[in-house]
Design a protein around this ligand. Structure first.
Ligand SMILES: Nc1ncnc2c1ncn2[C@@H]1O[C@H](COP(=O)(O)OP(=O)(O)O)[C@@H](O)[C@H]1O
Ligand SMILES: [Mg+2]
Length: 226
């Protein structure tokens, strides 16, 4: 099991008290499978991803990524674990305006000390995998919203993550482009054997996912394992 959350509770300061964003959440995601997370706005979906990404530390419970218990890790060790094992795709691509598509990906390899030539080769391979081989030298303003989101996804895969966390990737896209991005995520999950968690509003494609879990007021409902 590549990603395991066990009884995770996360609270945020809220005036005099605390707001419970995750309330005893448990989830196991095997490699090569995609779990969709649905639920109303404010129910804790992004908090679930933040906890899985080790970007926030839960009040209690445990997050295990690729066999490593993350609770005892120092912040530096946690950052290293993220670089090596976790790919994160946020709602907005946040691409750097001055860089070409290939360079957006290559930056990731440089951050983890990779070699330039190998990074270039891998960037081009991933752009091909997301259907953008021809656009490697384009800059963000020369690309459509759907193409930018594909680059965002390819970038998250640069360091061959075991865990892929994706937050509402289709919210800025029209229906057709959104459907293509979700298809792509299913394909990449299989091909690259990632344990993928996808937060989505797009109920139209849930049948293509391995399973759908529901967040409601910080509580997660997981159907019987497939
Ligand atoms: N950094 C934060 N500080 C305080 N409260 C937060 C923070 N992030 C989220 N929340 C609150 O936690 C709850 C869950 O938020 P979130 O995980 O973003 O839900 P969702 O992604 O399902 O919309 C909401 O009530 C939200 O206002
Ligand atoms: Mg959210």
């Amino acid at each position: 099991m590549t990603l395991i959350l066990t009884d995770v509770t996360l609270t945020y300061p809220d005036g005099e008290g605390r707001l419970t964003a995750l309330d005893g959440v448990s989830l196991e995601v095997p490699a090569g499978t995609l779990t969709a997370v649905v639920g109303p706005s404010g129910s804790g979906k992004s908090s679930l991803l933040a906890a899985a990404a080790t970007l926030v530390t839960p009040d209690s419970g445990e997050v295990v990524v690729a066999g490593t218990r993350t609770g005892p890790l120092t912040p530096a060790a946690r950052a290293a674990l993220r670089r090596e094992h976790i790919g994160i795709v946020f709602q907005q691509p946040n691409l750097l305006p001055s860089l070409t598509a290939a360079e957006q990906l290559q930056v990731m390899a440089h951050l983890s000390g990779g070699r330039t030539r190998e990074a270039r080769r891998r960037a081009l391979e991933l752009l091909d995998a997301v259907g953008l081989a021809e656009k490697a030298d384009r800059r963000p303003h020369q690309l459509s919203g759907g193409q930018r989101q594909r680059i965002n996804i390819a970038r998250a895969l640069m360091n061959e993550p075991d865990v892929l966390l994706v937050d509402e990737p289709t919210s800025a896209l029209d229906h057709e482009r959104g459907a293509a991005v979700l298809d792509l995520l299913v394909t990449l999950t299989r091909e690259r054997a990632t344990a993928t968690v996808l937060v989505t509003h797009d109920r139209a494609h849930l049948d293509r996912m391995d399973r759908t879990v529901t967040m409601d007021d910080g509580r997660l409902t997981v159907p019987a394992q497939v």
